[in-house]
Design a protein around this ligand. Structure first.
Ligand code: MG
Length: 487
């Protein structure tokens, strides 16, 4: 959101006002009724953001500025984050850390603590979380930004949940000579520690000039660009800019959006919001609504005095908050077309969710893994009650030393498969580093068992064990796949 110099805020000693924002984004969910351990890794391919190798988008909420004394900081707690997940179906939350303004990170370390509280809560709830350097002048604080993001990358770089947003809303400064050089330096620092988590870069004019960024993009891996809109102010002309950017090949992330005016005031602009929602859905653009706060302004999701800790009744939601909740509740987080029907439609988000506990279970150091590894055939046959299947590896994305893909199990028989397991192994040093949509154990071979929602595979349908792997050579190797379900 944008910061305005304006009338004093009620109950706040500062005369700073904020507005604009959007954000939002994403998250996956695992709704399978058991312990959930991870989300699918995000990557960028062309103008799309992929989750587990498939196009996906997510919706959630942005926190208000974290600055001490501004009123929004009380919502930076685990209960509020958990409530967003369980009651709003939010797959994403954004921690908007104020930097140079009064009460911000540069002068009060409590801000970093607030951010980490939100990040830890998001991880615990299997949500994506944006760590946002919420500044309008970030390039003036590059040294501090690099130090901060190095710390975050060291602490969280191995978590699929974490997204770095390194410059909230640049003002009307040059993309190529101001923002891009800043971003390149911050990205280099992050990438020296964390090679892969998504990094989002702000664009000129309060993150609206995505077309400028698209004409001079940043080289690198898994980089997306920020688009912010406020439906009471921004309409088709901004969507046209976004279309230009997409057509030029960059991926966009709406880390902040509002249904009201760009200054944070005004009522909900329903029809323009609907146009934006349609645009984002059509283009798989993730989004976070500004903001989870109870300040007396149109953009706040909560009425003044609402509890900081969640459990918000409908009567405590503002018009903006009620709309944001309805959008988040119904957001289609998955719109890929791989032909897999692993997840029933009611669990749309689960189909790409990293539901499994696989990340930890494939950790190479564990000595107990081998005891649960392969030897699948006898157990598999006892757990397959009917039908026949066929198992193949499918690859959705690959790069120099890795790929994302799945073991796809298709029921080619005439009766349902109820319960299945399989094992697979590589002969060339390829190793699974992360997985989703199944319980995966072992370390080459790997053994997968289903989750509750994909345990049954109807005739003509398929389920997938999603994973990411490292590979030693240029090509993806076909594994040996065993299991009664595959015969
Ligand atoms: Mg990483």
């Amino acid at each position: 959101m944008k910061k305005l110099l304006n009338s004093p805020l009620a109950g706040i000693s500062h005369s700073i006002r904020k507005f604009t924002r959007v954000a939002a984004t994403v998250a996956l969910v695992a709704q399978a009724g058991h312990a959930i351990a991870d989300v699918a890794p995000l990557s960028v391919q062309g103008n799309k953001i992929l989750a587990g190798g498939q196009p996906a988008s997510f919706s959630g909420m942005s926190m208000f500025w974290s600055n001490t004394g501004w009123g929004g900081e009380k919502f930076y707690n685990a209960q509020a984050v958990s409530w967003l997940k369980t009651d709003w179906n939010a797959k994403l939350v954004r921690a908007a850390m104020g930097v140079e303004d009064a009460g911000g990170y540069l002068t009060d370390p409590a801000n970093k603590t607030r951010v980490m509280t939100v990040v830890d809560a998001a991880i615990a709830n299997d949500m994506y979380v944006i760590i946002d350097w919420h500044s309008h002048n970030a390039h003036q604080y590059k040294t501090q930004s690099i130090a901060f993001f190095k710390e975050m990358a060291t602490k969280y770089g191995n978590k699929n949940h974490v997204i770095y947003e390194i410059y909230n809303e640049p003002l009307q400064v040059s993309w190529s000579s101001v923002i891009k050089p800043y971003a390149q330096d911050v990205i280099a620092a992050i990438r020296a520690i964390d090679p892969d988590n998504l990094i989002i870069v702000g664009t000129p004019t309060w993150s609206q000039d995505v077309d400028a960024a698209s004409r001079d993009p940043i080289a690198g891996t898994n980089i997306a660009y920020t688009l912010h809109f406020y439906a009471g102010t921004h309409g088709q002309s901004l969507r046209d800019k976004a279309t230009t950017a997409l057509n030029n090949g960059i991926a966009l992330f709406v880390t902040e959006w509002g249904s009201v005016n760009a200054d944070g005031n005004g009522g909900v602009a329903n029809s323009e919001t609907n146009a934006w929602v349609s645009f984002m859905k059509a283009n798989n653009i993730s989004n976070a609504n500004w903001s989870l706060n109870d300040k007396a302004e149109g953009a706040s999701a909560l009425v003044p005095g609402a509890s900081p800790n969640g459990s918000w009744a409908t009567s405590q939601l503002t018009a903006s908050g009620a709309l944001a909740k309805s959008i988040t509740l119904g957001w289609p987080s998955y719109s890929g077309s791989t032909g897999s029907s692993a997840a029933p439609s009611s669990r749309r988000s689960s189909s790409i969710a990293a539901v499994s506990s696989s990340r930890s279970s494939i950790a190479p150091s564990s000595s107990s893994r081998s005891s649960v590894a392969p030897a699948s055939s006898s157990r598999a046959s006892s757990s397959v009650s009917a039908g026949s299947g066929k198992c193949t590896q499918v690859v959705s994305n690959q790069w120099n030393n890795g790929f994302t893909g799945a073991i796809r199990i298709c029921n080619t028989g005439t009766s349902a498969i109820n319960g299945w397991n399989l094992s697979w192994n590589y002969s060339d040093g390829t190793r699974v580093t992360n997985s989703w949509n199944a319980n995966v154990t072992g370390s080459n071979p790997y053994t997968a068992t289903p989750l509750s929602w994909n345990s049954s595979i109807q005739p003509g349908q398929c389920a997938e064990v999603g994973f990411q792997a490292s590979k030693p050579g240029a090509n993806v190797t076909t594994p040996t796949i065993t299991g009664a379900v595959c015969k």
